[in-house]
Every structure is written in structure tokens, then in C-alpha cells.
Ligand binder design. Structure first.
Ligand code: ACM
Length: 529
């Protein structure tokens, strides 16, 4: 009797032991899968060199973020980058990490420093050294630390991107060494807020998303035939009238100067420069509709909510035009710390060529008078009044004049880099005049296909918004193509390969998903969706 009872108890205990063991095994499986995700280098843009080893460092609630710069100002700047990192890690981990100036390196740290940062890393390069004790990111400039943090975040499990608390996960990073710096200093995205208006908050969200792929310029197309989107205090009707609608007749909108400054500041914290564009002499109907003095008959033009181009022009022979432009350039330059001012110059089909040539030359001098480097779309380079102090944003495959003049260029060739082009015939919005741009086409090119390397400042992918009217549509067109453009700008051509890239891209899908980005889930990349 007694023996039987013992036997039952013993068998029961063995059973409990096995159930327990299975549970432990499951837990181990979860950890192993997290490890596998992290030991592969799935970073976009791809770093110059990545060396992964066995083992890991795990961030926990006691991890210290340590900072140290070459002087007090730099240390303060690095502390702000540390704040950004802390805030980024907080929602999913639930950790409220401490930030301290580095006194000694104990264990369990994320150390951000410019001490002994190599000058060859330039402003944006960085090195990461992950050991079992912690993460050390070293850069020549604080900006490099910010770029390095983006890489570090991509080494953490993808759940880090969730906005809610994630339990039962190990926030581990693989032991590794990374050396990285960009191929091009200009890596931009443009948003046309003139055809359809997007609010300050919507633009800030896009800045956040772009920053994680090391985009460093956001160009805002602030005026066009359908809308004027930036407050000019001397000319209030530009926004009261010119900003009052958009394509399709919606309510439009504009940024007050305070809102614009807030966007600039938000972007600067993410080491992104906001480049303002006032497009002229064409694409100016919203201005012509706001002020009669800009028109030959002295009368305001009607507002325009269609999508034609090439019908409007400023009067190139009127001093009132140049007075107006100078005031606009002055007011914007006062609130825009960017060294660049984009003066448009595209599709001025209603301006005689000799008038265009004179106009763009004169406006480029006004821009320079206010301390800014002018950027213009082609054919601005063809004006004899334009010299190598102006930067060409090359959207059509012709830049002979710019080459002859040794003008620096931003490459935005429409059939490769335009984010408003449809992916394929089934894409529900966007245009197709430059052709379809599937993800592979968007990735498989190099700026040097279009201009000599020494003239290439970098690349920019523009999103025109003739038929992009809300943020979901915007994200669908931008993502995932922007990841490819970011990599073209960052990673040397010799290190890039579509077949390898698309595996990393697939891994990024879950991160975009967790972030709530409405990306286009191409079924050749994301096969199981
Ligand atoms: C442009 O696409 N009109 C620059």
C-alpha cells in the first residue's frame, strides 16, 4: 500500500520535472531565436565593416548610458543624444535608464564618446565595440554618435520598435565590432507639401522614420501652383489666400514661422537639415493668386486646384517681382539654419528661355546675399548666369551644362528616385509618367551612373503629392523604397548587392510593422504575407 503511494508520488514528481523541463526548453528556444535574429547583420544602410562574434551583451534596467566629449559643450550635446536613445528604448523595455558623465567604465554600459574619435570618420562616421560588458560607440563628432545609435537599435531584437511594453524578452546585442561612415554627405528625401498639405506633426513623424535609416536632409517643397505653405509676415495673403486650398479643392494649410522653426528644431535633434524650397519662376500660381502686383494686369489670378504644370510664371522684367522674392528669401533665411535655399527652376514652360536665364541668375544672387547656397532643378544649369556656386538637383537625365561648369549635383533621376512613381500597375496611387519603380529598380542604381563621382554631393528621393492626399498613402509610397535610397547614399557601390540587400530588407519589415509604418508589402520580398 505504502509502496504504491510512493510510486505514484515519485511518478508525479517526475511528471512535474518533465513539464518544467519542457517549459525551460521553450524559453531557451525563444532566447535562441532572438539570438539568431541578432547575430546576422541585417542593418540598413549596410555598414562598411561588421564583424560579429559569439556571445552577447544584454541591456537591462540597470544599464548605464555614459557620455563624454572633448569639452563641456560636446559632452552636453552627447547627453542630448543619450536622452534620445533613452526615450527610444523606454516604451518597449519599460526601462528608465540613467545617463551619467563617464567617470569609470564599470560593466553594463552604453558609452557614447568623441574622445579618441578618429578624424577620418568625418562628421557622421562611428565605431561600435560591443563586448560582454557593454556597448561603446566612438565618433569624431556627436553627429556620428547619433548615426551609430541607429545601427545599435537595429542590432536589438525587433520588438524594440514596439510602442507598448514587451515582457519576457532579452534585450541582447551580439558581440561585434563595426566601423562605418557614409559614401555621400547628402542623403535626402523631399516632401511636396504644396500639392497636398501635411501638418507639422505629420512631417515630424516622417522625420523620425527617416532618421533611423541615416537620412540627413528633408527638403520641403513649400510652394507651387496649388498652394503656398510658409508664413511670410510681409505678405500675409500668401498663406491666407495662397495657402487656402490644395489639389482637389481641400482646405490646404500652411506652417506659421513658429511651426516651421519647430520642425527645424525637431529635425536638428535628429541631425537632419530641413531645406526650404520656393519654386520659381514657374509653379507660382498660388503666389499670383495672392497678390495682384505679381501679375501683368495687376489682378490676382484664380486659385488653382488641378494638376497641370507649366502654365504660371513670375514677371521676370518687373522690379516688384525681385523685391517680393528678396523679402521672401530674407524672411525664410532668418528662420532656416540650413546652408541651402532651394529656388526651384523646373518646368518654367511659360517663361521665355532668355527671361528664365536672367531670372534664375538674378535670384541665385539674392539667395547668396542672404548667406545661402542656392539649389535648383534642371534646367537651371543651362543658364549662362548660373555658375558652380549653385547646386543642381538633377531630375532628368541631362546635366551636360552642370558638368562643364563643375557644378555639384544632387541626383534625383525621376525614373529611379521619384517616390511618387507607382511600384507597378496595381499601385493604387502615385503617377507613372517616368515609369514604374519597383523596389529592385529603386535599389539597383548608383549616382555615378549619372555624374562623375567628384561632382556628386549625394542623392535625394522626392515625393510629389499630386495624388497623395494622406499620411497612409505617403508612407506606402515612401516605404520601403526609402531604405534602398538611404543605402545608395550611405554604402559604397562596391558593397551593395540586390540579392543580399533584399534579405536584410525582409528582416526590416517586422520593424516597420511594429512602428506602424504603412509600407508596401511587396510579395516577392515578404513571401508569407
Ligand atoms: C520636377 O519633377 N518637376 C522637378
Amino acid at each position: 500500500m505504502k509502496t504504491k503511494k510512493y510510486l505514484i508520488v515519485t511518478l508525479g514528481l517526475i511528471g512535474i520535472y518533465f513539464v518544467g523541463l519542457t517549459t525551460i526548453n521553450n524559453k531557451e528556444e525563444i532566447e535562441v531565436s532572438a539570438k539568431v535574429e541578432n547575430t546576422n547583420n541585417t542593418i540598413i544602410p549596410k555598414p562598411l565593416s561588421y564583424e560579429g562574434k559569439e556571445g552577447k551583451f544584454t541591456v537591462n534596467k540597470d544599464t548605464n548610458i555614459l557620455v563624454n566629449g572633448n569639452n563641456k559643450e560636446e559632452t552636453e550635446e552627447i547627453s542630448k543624444i543619450a536622452e534620445y536613445l533613452k526615450e527610444k528604448l523606454s516604451p518597449s523595455t519599460g526601462y528608465n535608464l540613467t545617463i551619467n558623465k563617464k567617470e569609470s567604465l564599470a560593466r553594463n554600459y552604453i558609452y557614447l564618446t568623441t574622445l579618441d574619435g578618429k578624424s577620418e570618420l568625418g562628421n557622421e562616421g562611428y565605431e561600435i565595440d560591443i563586448t560582454k560588458d557593454g556597448v561603446k560607440i566612438t565618433a569624431y563628432k556627436p553627429e556620428g554618435l547619433f548615426r551609430g545609435i541607429q545601427t545599435m537599435i537595429q542590432l536589438l531584437p525587433s520588438d524594440i520598435e514596439k510602442s507598448n511594453l514587451v515582457n519576457n524578452i532579452e534585450w541582447s546585442l551580439p558581440i561585434s565590432k563595426i566601423y562605418d561612415k557614409p559614401e555621400y554627405s547628402y542623403r535626402g528625401v523631399m516632401i511636396d507639401v504644396a500639392r497636398h498639405f501635411f501638418t507639422e506633426e505629420e512631417i515630424k513623424k516622417q522625420i523620425d522614420y527617416a532618421a533611423q535609416y541615416k537620412i540627413n536632409k528633408v527638403h520641403l517643397h513649400l510652394s507651387d501652383d496649388q498652394g503656398w505653405r510658409i508664413e511670410i509676415k510681409a505678405y500675409p495673403d500668401l498663406t491666407l489666400i495662397g495657402g487656402s486650398t490644395e489639389v482637389g479643392g481641400g482646405p490646404g494649410g500652411y506652417y506659421t514661422q513658429e511651426q516651421f522653426k519647430s520642425i527645424v528644431e525637431y529635425a536638428a535633434k535628429r541631425y537632419i537639415e530641413i531645406i526650404p524650397e520656393i519654386d520659381m519662376p514657374g509653379h507660382t500660381n498660388a503666389a499670383l493668386a495672392s497678390y495682384g502686383f505679381l501679375n501683368p494686369d495687376g489682378k490676382r489670378k484664380p486659385l488653382y486646384t488641378g494638376t497641370s504644370v507649366g502654365f504660371s510664371t513670375l514677371m521676370t522684367d518687373s522690379e516688384k517681382t525681385y523685391e517680393f522674392i528678396e523679402t521672401v528669401v530674407k524672411e525664410i533665411s532668418e528662420i532656416s539654419p540650413s546652408k541651402y535655399f532651394h529656388m526651384g527652376g523646373d518646368e518654367a514652360d511659360s517663361t521665355k528661355k532668355e527671361d528664365y536665364n536672367y531670372f534664375v541668375g538674378r535670384v541665385s544672387k539674392i539667395v547668396e546675399k542672404y548667406g545661402k547656397t542656392p539649389i535648383g532643378w534642371d534646367p537651371i544649369d543651362t543658364s549662362p548666369e548660373i555658375n558652380s556656386s549653385v547646386i543642381l538637383q538633377n531630375w532628368k537625365d541631362s546635366n551636360e551644362a552642370a558638368r562643364k561648369k563643375n557644378m555639384k549635383m544632387i541626383i534625383s533621376i525621376a525614373n529611379k528616385a521619384y517616390l511618387d512613381m507607382k511600384y507597378n500597375e496595381n499601385t493604387p496611387y502615385g503617377l507613372d509618367w517616368a515609369g514604374y519603380i519597383p523596389i529592385e529598380t529603386a535599389y539597383n542604381w548608383d549616382p555615378t551612373d549619372y555624374a562623375p563621382k567628384n561632382l556628386v554631393l549625394g542623392i535625394e528621393s522626392p515625393l510629389w503629392t499630386e495624388n497623395i492626399s494622406d499620411i497612409k498613402q505617403m508612407e506606402y509610397m515612401i516605404y520601403p523604397r526609402l531604405l534602398g535610397y538611404a543605402e545608395i547614399g550611405w554604402t559604397p557601390k562596391s558593397e551593395r548587392n540586390w540579392n543580399e540587400y533584399k534579405i536584410r530588407l525582409e528582416k526590416q519589415g517586422i520593424r516597420m510593422e511594429y512602428e506602424g509604418i504603412n509600407y508596401y508589402k511587396d510579395n516577392t520580398i515578404w513571401k508569407n504575407n
